[in-house]
Design a protein around this ligand. Structure first.
Ligand code: PAF
Length: 280
């Protein structure tokens, strides 16, 4: 069955009313879909088979979560390719609004979680999570899904969305799905398409470094600075935005990896900002 495309909030509201009490899985995306997104959709379909409800995605490059206009302008887009991929995994509905649909003139309401965003991407991309939370709130309100699926590559985003979901008594459930990787270990990301050949080859320094961190931890190392020692050399020629060791619950920096710990990083290769993480 072809994926139905809706572009306006009013069409989506009408569809949602008709859909009624049946189940609904939602995968919010910014498009330029890759296998990682398709894994989210497949998990959505597994949780909501067609005889019980619908699988929906949104494709929207959300301007409010970009703190760098050049990053927003160069974000890759491919609507026909996205729709073909969505159809191949049985997506029933794709909501593809223009910015004015979700942010009509005069829109002035923003959603801030007020915690979990002090470090990692929150510290290095001011306003980013406010934009993410605002757009996810709008989408959740419009879709009222029974399940919303998000990737664990953006671990901090997932933690913040889970907190917002709990604090605002939202419908349904937020589900995290493990990171998909290329054969050489690089985490799948729409941004990988912007890497030149040599930067793409160099970027495998990221999964290699995270592997080294896991090896150090497995060998008994618990001191955070030693777990991530020599990051600059290991990630060269990448330019480090941050490499941090935080506790996996509150996302606060920790000197020792005694409990559940997240090592997360953001590194520029060829001016393309790549993120990844590993749980210890
Ligand atoms: O992870 C993303 O692609 C975006 O941050 C999201 C959740 C679709 C909100 O714009």
């Amino acid at each position: 069955m072809p994926t139905r495309v809706l572009r306006s909030v009013s069409e989506l509201r009408e569809w949602r009313t008709q859909h009624g009490a049946r189940e609904l899985a939602l995968v919010p995306t910014m498009g330029y879909l890759h296998e990682g997104h398709l894994a989210l959709m497949q998990e959505g379909r597994r949780r909501v088979p067609r005889n019980r409800g619908a699988l929906a995605i949104s494709i929207f490059v959300n301007p409010t979560q970009f703190n760098d206009p050049a990053d927003l302008a160069s974000y890759p887009r491919d609507e026909p390719g996205d729709l073909a991929k969505a159809e191949s995994v049985g997506v029933d509905l794709a909501f593809i609004p223009k910015p004015e649909e979700l942010y009509p003139p005069g829109a002035s309401t923003y959603v801030e979680v007020g915690a979990l965003d002090q470090h990692l991407c929150g510290a290095t991309r001011p306003g980013h999570f406010r934009g993410v939370c605002t757009v996810v709130s709008k989408l959740w309100q419009l879709f009222t899904p029974t399940v919303g699926l998000f990737g664990q590559k953006d671990f901090q985003q997932l933690a913040i969305i889970k907190r917002m979901h709990r604090d605002l008594f939202w419908s349904g459930e937020v589900v995290g799905v493990p990171t998909m990787r290329e054969q050489d270990g690089l985490a799948l990301s729409s941004r990988n398409a912007r890497l030149g050949a040599s930067a793409r080859a160099a970027a495998i320094a990221i999964p290699k470094f995270l592997q080294l961190v896991r090896q150090r931890h497995a060998a008994g190392e618990r001191v955070s600075s030693r777990l991530i020692a020599d990051a600059e050399q290991a990630l060269a020629p990448g330019r480090i935005h941050y490499v941090s060791v935080v506790d996996a619950e509150q996302l606060q920096p920790t000197d020792h990896a005694n409990g559940p710990t997240l090592v997360a990083l953001a590194v520029f290769f060829d001016d393309v900002r790549l993120i990844d993480n590993t749980l210890l």
